[in-house]
Design a protein around this ligand. Structure first.
Ligand SMILES: Cc1cc2nc3c(=O)[nH]c(=O)nc-3n(C[C@H](O)[C@H](O)[C@H](O)COP(=O)(O)OP(=O)(O)OC[C@H]3O[C@@H](n4cnc5c(N)ncnc54)[C@H](O)[C@@H]3O)c2cc1C
Length: 385
C-alpha cells in the first residue's frame, strides 16, 4: 500500500532497500532485541548503501534526495521488522539541526560521518522534570573562554547509549548574569563525550533501540559547536518539530498497515466453530473499520508530506496528523491483537511486537494532549495550564 505512486527511480530505490533490509537486518531482529543494541557494523552497512541522511546535499556526503525517499525508508524499516535501528531519529530528527543551524566548519566536519554510519546522532531535549514543558529544561551551558561548560541531565534519549553526536537543547547562562538563561542548542561530540555518562533504559517495546538517560558533568564544549545564535534555540526546535512529527506520522501509518495485514491474514486462516474467524460478521466488520482507518490515515499523511515538500507551514496539520494517526495505529493494533486471541499475546507472534511498539507513538515527539493544545491554539483558543 504505497503512500504515493512511486516514480521509477523511487521503485528502484525501494526495491534495493527492501532487499538490503531482508538480508542485513530482518534476520538479526531477535538477536538485536535480546542484546538491547544494534551493532555499529549494521549502521556502517546501511550507511555504505547510502540509506542514511539521503536528503543531505552531495557536498556533505548525502544524495540530495527529497522527503519522499525519507518516507520510503521509514516505511520499509517497519515492513522489514528493522525498526530497532534508530535511523529516522538520526537522519530525520537529530542531523537536520546541524545542517540547518550549524556553522560551515561544523557541517563539513560532522555531516559526512552521519551519512556513512561512522557517527550516530541523537537529539537531547527531554529532562526528568521537563518533557511536554520543554521550556522548563535546566541543563545549563556556562561560557568559559572558548568553551561552554555543560551540566545537566537528559532522559529518554533515542540512540543515546551509542551516539557520537549529541544535539543538546540547554540554557546558555552568562557567568556575569546567571538570571539570563537563553534556550540554546549545542553539539556535544569528540573529546567532550568523555564527560558524558549514560544509562540505558528498559522499555515496553522497541527493545533493540537504545534509549538512555544522559548526564553532562562539567562537560566542556567548544563555542563553535553552538548551533545558530545563543537564545534562539526554542525557535529552532519549533522550526524542526514539524519534520520530526511528520516522521512519527510515517511510523504510525506503516505500523497500522502492518497490523491490519497481520489481522487480515490471521482472520483468513484461523478457524473457530468450523469456519475461518474472518467469516464472523463481527470480525469482518472490525476488519472493515480497521481498513477504513488505515485508508483515511494514508490520505491524510499523503497531504502532509506533499505540503511539507512544497515548503508550506504544516504546524497545525502535522499536529492533527500526529494526534490522529498515533491513536489510530493504537486502535488498529489493539483490534489486531484481539483478532489473534491468545496468540496475539505471545511474543513469538509478530502482532505482539507491533502492539508493544505502537504504544509509544502518542507519547514521543509531543503527546496527543500537547498536539491538541497546539491545534486548539491555532483555532484561537488559549488552553489553560
Ligand atoms: C521511547 C521514547 C523515546 C524518546 N526519544 C526521545 C529523544 O530522542 N529525545 C528527546 O528529547 N526526548 C525523547 N523522548 C521523550 C518524549 O518526547 C517525552 O516523553 C514526551 O515529550 C512527554 O514528556 P514526559 O514523558 O515528561 O511526560 P509529561 O510531560 O510529564 O506528561 C505526562 C502526561 O501529562 C500530559 N500533559 C502534560 N502537560 C499537559 C497539559 N498542559 N495539558 C494536558 N495534558 C498535559 C501529557 O500529555 C502526558 O499524558 C522519548 C520518549 C520515549 C518514551
Amino acid at each position: 500500500m504505497p503512500l504515493f505512486e512511486d516514480t521509477q527511480e523511487e521503485r528502484d530505490f525501494r526495491l534495493v532497500l527492501k532487499k538490503f533490509i531482508a538480508k542485513e537486518m530482518t534476520p538479526y531482529r531477535e538477536e538485536w532485541d535480546k542484546n538491547r543494541a544494534v551493532p555499529r557494523e549494521a549502521w556502517k552497512k546501511i550507511g555504505r548503501q547510502g540509506f542514511l541522511c539521503t536528503w543531505l546535499p552531495e557536498e556533505y556526503g548525502g544524495a540530495g534526495l527529497n522527503f519522499r525517499y525519507s518516507v520510503i525508508i521509514g516505511q520499509e524499516l517497519i515492513r522489514g521488522d528493522a525498526m530497532g535501528i534508530g535511523v529516522p531519529n538520526h537522519s530525520e530528527v537529530a542531523v537536520p539541526y546541524i545542517y540547518s543551524f550549524g556553522s560551515e566548519e561544523l557541517k563539513e566536519r560532522l555531516l559526512p560521518k552521519t551519512t556513512t554510519g561512522e557517527a550516530i546522532a541523537c537529539i537531547c531535549v527531554t529532562e526528568p522534570n521537563a518533557g511536554s514543558d520543554a521550556a522548563a529544561i535546566r541543563t545549563k551551558a556556562v561560557k568559559d573562554g572558548d568553551y561552554y561548560i555543560l551540566n545537566g541531565q537528559k532522559t529518554f534519549i533515542t540512540n543515546g547509549t551509542f551516539a557520537d553526536i549529541m544535539v543538546v537543547v540547554c540554557k546558555a547562562e552568562s557567568p556575569d548574569d546567571p538570571s539570563s538563561k537563553k534556550i540554546s542548542i549545542i553539539v556535544v561530540e569528540g573529546d567532550s563525550l568523555k564527560y558524558v555518562k549514560r544509562r540505558q533504559l528498559e522499555k515496553m517495546g522497541r527493545h533493540a533501540t537504545d534509549t538512555s538517560e544522559i548526564f553532562f558533568e562539567d562537560c566542556p564544549v567548544p563555542v563553535g559547536n553552538l548551533l545558530g545564535k545563543e537564545g534562539e534555540g526554542f525557535k529552532y526546535t519549533m522550526q524542526e518539530l514539524g519534520r520530526e512529527r511528520l516522521e512519527v506520522c510515517i511510523k504510525c501509518q506503516a505500523y497500522a498497515e502492518e497490523c491490519l495485514k497481520e489481522a487480515i491474514n490471521y482472520a483468513k486462516i484461523r478457524e473457530a466453530f468450523g469456519k475461518p474467524i474472518g467469516n464472523f460478521e463481527h470480525i469482518s466488520f472490525e476488519l472493515a473499520q480497521m481498513a477504513t482507518d488505515v485508508e483515511i490515515g494514508r490520505t491524510f499523511l499523503h497531504t502532509c508530506v506533499e505540503e511539507f515538500i512544497m515548503g508550506e507551514d504544516i504546524t497545525m496539520k502535522v499536529s492533527m496528523a500526529k494526534a490522529w494517526l498515533a491513536e489510530m495505529a493504537n486502535r488498529v493494533a489493539y483490534k489486531a491483537v484481539q483478532i489473534h486471541g491468545g496468540y496475539g499475546y505471545m511474543a513469538e507472534y509478530r502482532i505482539c511486537r507491533l502492539y508493544q511498539d505502537v504504544r509509544v507513538l502518542p507519547i514521543f515527539a509531543g503527546t496527543t494532549e500537547i498536539m491538541n493544545i497546539i491545534i486548539a491554539r491555532k483555532l484561537g483558543f488559549k488552553p489553560i495550564f
